[in-house]
Structures are given as C-alpha cells and as structure tokens.
Design a protein around this ligand. Structure first.
Ligand code: NDP
Ligand code: 8X3
Length: 257
C-alpha cells in the first residue's frame, strides 16, 4: 500500500454520506482535506471531527458545484498551501424522484444534470490542469450501477451516471501519456441520505429502499476509495462495481421479511 500521509485531497459533497466518510477515511490515513459542499455547518462539524479524531488539517469551502464561476474562483484558485491537489474525489451528486420520463419534472432533470454531470466537469476542469502540470494526481469519480443499467423511473439520474462513466473513460483516454490516474467507483445501494433527498424528505419512503437487506455503508465506499488511491502509481483501477451481497442488479435484490 502506498503511504498517503501528507497528500492533499479534494472531496466534493463532503457534508454527508459517502463524501463525509471518504473525508474521514483519508483524514485517518494522514491526508489534508479540502471539503466542498453547500451546507457550511455540516462542513464545520466535519472539520472538528477530522481534527479531534485524526489530527487532520482541512479547508472547508461552501460551494455549489453547479455554479461554474464559484467553482473557478474557489477550487480553481485555492490558497497556495492547498493548491497542489493530489487527489480529487468527485462525489457531489443526487437523484430526484422516480417518475416516468413522460411525467418527469424538467426542473429536477436540470438539477441532476447540472450537479452530477456539469458540476463534475467544472470541478475537474478547475483542478486537473495543475495535476497534469505537476505530473502527479488521481481523479476518483463516484458513479453508480445506475450508470451501467437503467431501471424504471431512473431515466435522467441513470443518464447522468452513464455520463459519469463516459467521462471517466474519456478522461482515461485524454490523460494517456501523463501519470494521472482516473477511476470510477460504481456502487449499488448505499444507505445514506440519498433516498431521503431523492424523495424530498419522505423518510418513510426512503427507509423502504433499504428495508430487509443489508445495504452498503458510506464507510464501505470510503474504504474502497482509500484502497484505489493507495495502489502503486502504475496501477489504475479504472472501474470498480460494488453491490451489497443481497443485490444482484439495479432492480434485483433479496430481502428478508
Ligand atoms: P447524500 O445525500 O448523503 O450526500 C450527497 C452529498 O452531495 C452531500 O454532501 C451534498 O452536500 C452534496 N451535494 C449535492 N448537491 C451538491 C451541489 N450542488 N454542490 C455541492 N455539493 C452537493 O448521498 P450519497 O452520499 O449517497 O451520494 C454521494 C454520491 O454517491 C452521489 O454522486 C450519488 O449519486 C452517488 N451514489 C450513491 C448511492 C447510494 O445508494 N447512496 C449509490 C451509487 C452512487 P450539500 O447538500 O451540503 O451541498
Ligand atoms: C444510487 C443507487 O440504484 O438508486 O446511485 O440508482 S440507485
């Protein structure tokens, strides 16, 4: 395992779920964290946890990744002590609803595409040139099984995650000849706030998604991200699919009563 101590890691969507767990895992491994998300108070709490649990340094940035200007003026112009980014974890993302496409809400489509696809592009565009110039870096995208198969009502969310897969593959091609690594982690069900957000705060409906099976945890994904980052420099885990043992496809799972 490569020792990651001292590496500077940017995590988008660090305020909750997978992003928060990833930040804590890399903090425990001795990394310095740039934490980006919209909810400032959640980031402040994470900064405290990083410091108290792991003695980890961090820089919190209140950021909406959909705001191209804000991405450029924050992540694109990090203070000198933070500007040599070694690892970018493009995690910020969301699903909205499970309506049939013909009944879908275009505002929700915009939100998913602007966050999951355009936000990821803006952030990558802001940080990747520095990695290429320094000949050092790694981009890990959080895709989904929804980027590999479509399911009823998944339409635009799935399209956004298919786009993440296409962009990961495109980056791999465009970065060929540089030492920069590119990976996507494509999870099945992970129990986070994802479904609460998808169903706009309907906790009961969200809980049903994970009822009767042991879903993945955010920490499971963080553990995988850490493992991918710690491979030797000549090893690039390009695509990693992970599901709960009780899930076979996006639609097929086994639930105990
Ligand atoms: P959560 O809802 O728990 O966390 C989502 C994170 O994304 C939050 O920190 C949120 O922060 C951030 N975020 C959302 N929109 C924006 C925005 N416009 N700008 C900045 N940050 C934003 O969900 P998960 O942790 O589960 O989701 C993380 C990623 O994992 C997503 O890309 C999701 O698609 C993917 N994924 C999730 C799976 C699951 O089953 N949970 C499975 C496969 C993939 P804030 O609101 O503070 O801005
Ligand atoms: C989130 C998992 O199966 O709801 O990407 O699309 S799923």
């Amino acid at each position: 395992m490569t020792n990651l101590a001292g590496r500077t890691v940017v995590v988008t969507g660090a305020s909750a779920g997978i992003g928060r767990a990833v930040a804590l895992a890399f903090g425990a491994a001795g990394c310095r964290l740039v934490l980006a998300a919209r909810r400032r108070e959640k980031l402040a709490e994470l900064e405290r946890a990083l410091r108290e649990r792991h003695g980890a340094e961090s820089l919190a940035i209140e950021l909406d990744v959909r705001d191209r200007g804000a991405v450029e003026s924050t992540l694109g112009a990090l203070p000198p002590a933070w500007s040599e980014v070694d690892l970018l974890i493009n995690n910020a993302g969301l699903g909205r609803g499970l309506d049939k496409l013909q009944e879908g809400n275009p505002d929700e489509w915009d939100e998913m595409i602007d966050t999951n696809v355009k936000g990821l592009l803006y952030v990558t565009r802001a940080l990747l040139p520095g990695m290429v110039a320094r000949k050092r870096g790694h981009v890990i995208n959080i895709g989904s099984v929804a980027g590999r198969e479509v399911y009823p009502g998944g339409n635009v969310y799935c399209a956004s995650k298919f786009a993440v897969k296409a962009l990961t593959r495109a980056l791999k091609v465009d970065l060929l000849g540089t030492p920069i690594r590119v990976s996507t982690i494509d999870p099945g069900m992970v129990e986070t706030d994802f479904s609460v957000v998808r169903f706009r705060g309907d906790e009961e409906r969200a809980a049903k998604v994970y009822q009767g099976l042991k879903a993945l945890s955010a920490e499971d994904i963080a553990d995988i991200a850490l493992w991918i980052a710690a491979r030797p420099p000549h090893v690039d885990i390009t695509e990693l699919v992970v599901m709960p043992t009780a899930q076979a496809t996006a639609m097929l799972n086994h639930r105990e009563p």
